[in-house]
Structure formats: structure tokens, C-alpha cells
Design a protein around this ligand. Structure first.
Ligand SMILES: [Ca+2]
Length: 245
């Protein structure tokens, strides 16, 4: 790499690596021209890469990031732009308890303790709610009655995520994240969320088919009346799909 160029009457002088080279040697001139061309080519390649990366970053910023929970699976769908945040346990209130919460939660496998000076069940005298794991109350594909249900929290490169009940196809312009069946509680139980269970549900091996109840998971069927039939069909179970855009 040359340090500087000196112009003297009649010839060109380069200060090259602390040495002064007189550019009357055509071999040196040719070598420098070749090196210069290689640098130009490399620079053009870097500029092209830089432009592509800027475009990709701008696209990601425009799209934003969203999250959703896939119920019944230990991992997120293996599709481009969707990644796992954590895997967990499908959990909510006990089917036979009135209180506690009503939302379905994805509890992680590695919980952190509350602060050591927080309440204990003894100091509250039992005035607290509970959370339970969940069990399938049906047998379908890989799962059986009393199998415990996993879940996974997923991040997706999209501005929005929606669950569309009653559909197996996303609206135009939306991408399919996963498809499944609408799940809730039995009509005679205390309720929790409606959730979209993946159509290929999984289970936890260690507690397979062991009946501990907790949050019980039942398929949801249509009832004609205030719900118009057609298009709905009485007693037909409801599908669902999760879509991103
Ligand atoms: Ca079980």
C-alpha cells in the first residue's frame, strides 16, 4: 500500500511501504493497476451487500415484530420469520373452581420465585387463587384423554397476529402460522379462554394419561339459533387458524 504520491518533473515517484519506487518499471505499474482494479471490484461488492442489508433492515422495521402462543405444541411452527421465545405448560384455573383467573397462560418450565418477603399461603389464610396445568379431555391423533398439554410462545416478523375462529385458511394477504380446533371448557364447568389448539397436539411424556384434572380442555361445537345455520352446522366442532401479516 503506497503512502503518498510525489510529482517530480519528468517522472512519477511513489512512497511505497517506506520505500520510494520510481514508476518507470512497467511491471510495477501493471501490478498496481491490477491491485487497484481488485479494490474497485471488492468495493462494488461491499456496496451491493450494504444496500441489500439496508433494504432487509428497512423491511424488518416496517413489518415489526409480534408474538402469539401456539397451544398444544412444544415448539413454534418451523416457518420462515417465526422463532421460539420459550416453551411451556398450558395452564389456567381448575375446572371446578369459581375464582382464580380466566385467561389461559403458557407457564415456563423454569419459574422464578416471588420475593422472599412476599406473602405465604399461611399468612393469607387460604385467600388466594390457584393455577393448574391442563389435560386433554379427548383422544385425537397423538394425544389421549388426561395427557397434559404443552404450549410455546412464538415471535413472528409481522405487524399483527390474529386468531380466526371457524376458519382453516387465512384472509387474503395473511400468512398461516398454524391451524387447529377451537378449545374451551365443558359446558358444565367453570370457564376459561377459548384457545386455538394445534391440529397435531403433543403431550408431556412423564405424566402421560394420568388424571390430575386441573384445566380441562374440550372441543367447542356450534349451536344454532343466535348463531346462524347455515353457514354453521349444529353440534359441529369449530376449527381455527392463527395468521400473521
Ligand atoms: Ca395428566
Amino acid at each position: 500500500m503506497f503512502r503518498s504520491v510525489c510529482l517530480l518533473p519528468g517522472f512519477l515517484l511513489l512512497c511505497f511501504c517506506e520505500k520510494r519506487l520510481l514508476l518507470t518499471d512497467q511491471n510495477v505499474v501493471q501490478a498496481l493497476q491490477t491491485e487497484l482494479q481488485a479494490i474497485r471490484t471488492k468495493l462494488q461488492s461491499l456496496e451491493s451487500d450494504n444496500k441489500a442489508l439496508r433494504s432487509e433492515i428497512a423491511q424488518i422495521k416496517r413489518q415489526g415484530l409480534s408474538t402469539y402462543i401456539i397451544w398444544g405444541r412444544k415448539d413454534c411452527p418451523h416457518i420462515n420469520g417465526t422463532s421460539l421465545i420459550y416453551t411451556g405448560i398450558t395452564a389456567s384455573k381448575h375446572f371446578n373452581e369459581v375464582g382464580s383467573g380466566v385467561t389461559m397462560l403458557c407457564l415456563p418450565h423454569d419459574p422464578d420465585s416471588v420475593p422472599s418477603d412476599f406473602l405465604s399461603v399461611h399468612t393469607t389464610g387460604g385467600y388466594s387463587g390457584r393455577i393448574w396445568g391442563s389435560e386433554y379431555e379427548f383422544t385425537y391423533r397423538s394425544v389421549a384423554i388426561d395427557d397434559d398439554a404443552p404450549c410455546a410462545v412464538c415471535q413472528v416478523q409481522a405487524e399483527s397476529v390474529i386468531m380466526v375462529p371457524g376458519k382453516r385458511h387465512c384472509p387474503s394477504g395473511w400468512k398461516n402460522e398454524y391451524v387447529g380446533m377451537l378449545i374451551g371448557s365443558w359446558t358444565g364447568e367453570h370457564p376459561s379462554d377459548y384457545i386455538c389448539l394445534d391440529e397435531n397436539p403433543e403431550f408431556f411424556e412423564g405424566t402421560r394419561s394420568h388424571n390430575d384434572n386441573g384445566r380441562t380442555l374440550y372441543p367447542i361445537r356450534a349451536t344454532c339459533g343466535s348463531l346462524p345455520c347455515p353457514p354453521y352446522v349444529n353440534d359441529q366442532f369449530i376449527s381455527c387458524i392463527v395468521c400473521s401479516q
